[in-house]
Write a protein of this length. Sequence first.
Length: 308
Amino acid sequence: ELGWISKVHVNRPAVVRHAERIKKWRTVKGHWQAAWLLKAVTCIDLTTLSGDDTPSNVHRLCFKAKHPIREDLLKALDMHDKGITVGAVCVYPTRVIDAVNALKAAGCNIPVASVAAGFPSGQTPLETKLAEIKLAVQYGAREIDIVISRSLVLTGQWEGLYEEIRRCREACGEAHMKTILATGELGSLANVYKASMIAMMAGSDFIKTSTGKEVENATFPVGIVMMRAIREFYWQTGNKVGFKPAGGIRTAKEAITWLMLVKEELGVEWLTPELFRLGASSLLEDIEKQIFYHVTGSYALKHDLAMA
């Protein structure tokens, strides 16, 4: 439906002003803060996307995914029996089998997500992208994070972008597909809105801000625009599409602010792992430190949270 996006206009100054107000929102304290942080943990895609990834560090990541917060801290909060785990483990396709085996050995059902489709640049032929997606699914990935070809957005080839994403969705089969827009490289907030709409029309289960490898990753102005697109799409079609900010989210305070923004823009029903994820590799460490402080009243030393 190109009519949806042909006359899109985004009031950038208003979006930026709203984003600045968000940064000044008062955060929650005490038990409320601990509760919001545990909610954030359940929505994290715990990620390792490094060139030096090995089976051993993926196994370690999977152990942390199952035990994201130290057991005694959860007991102090009376949350030790509530099944607190992260939302997913995200790795490169070649490490999917390692992650699947590690999680199976640990006896948990956390899904494995794999980046694919020429991650992070998207500068590979469509046939190669589709083959990579199919391999990742074959290896056991239940979620696929694809990345779009930015050139299709920058040159206004919306039908070409739709077709690329549609074919990727087809290749995913039963796996959930998150479409990474790489918003820092799309040129304008209007392009972010249009790319969000096209991705949802083509069957994306989630739209995601960034690969984490761009100069600019998840920002509040981009988040606002993407969530408004999700809301519009829901109003028009009745289909709920998930949202995933990724890249540069490192502190517990930032995580809570993103949760609050999702609640404000999309509603409480989006605050579940099925419709909201945080892409992060170091965020969990800060969340565990904040929970440690809430429980003990003192700051954690290195040896207190060794697995973080």
